[in-house]
Write a protein that binds this ligand. Sequence first.
Ligand SMILES: Nc1ncnc2c1ncn2[C@@H]1O[C@H](COP(=O)(O)OP(=O)(O)OP(=O)(O)O)[C@@H](O)[C@H]1O
Ligand SMILES: [Mg+2]
Length: 112
Amino acid sequence: MGNRDALKTALSTIIDNAVKFTAEKGHVIIKMYSENEFLIISITNSFDKLSAEDLAKIFEPFFRTEQSPAAGSGLGLAIAKKIVERHGGSIKAGNSEEGLQIEVGLPMTGER
Ligand SMILES: Nc1ncnc2c1ncn2[C@@H]1O[C@H](COP(=O)(O)OP(=O)(O)OP(=O)(O)O)[C@@H](O)[C@H]1O
Ligand SMILES: [Mg+2]
């Protein structure tokens, strides 16, 4: 249950980032699975590890890391976070072996 257009905006924002921040010959890995009544969508792209400070701020409006290789206003992830949270879900960012990972968890049942 959810707002189709809003969820589409949230996911396409995250995927757009993954594509635009990946260097040539890098990769984007998208995984989707269910876990305890939650739908987990994980989007990972090749990227150097981000500092703990950057990871903590990445969802703040207008925040962009110093190593941002592509243009942007720094709003995409802040909007995606709001949309996910309005659906009772959560979003987090972390470094993984494969690069920067953004993980969205959305409840598969319940209120809109
Ligand atoms: N997939 C990613 N790989 C590497 N860095 C990322 C990734 N996603 C986000 N970031 C970092 O987090 C910052 C914030 O992302 P966000 O999507 O909010 O802004 P943006 O892409 O710069 O601009 P906008 O989305 O508003 O056009 C980015 O500028 C970049 O520094
Ligand atoms: Mg963006």
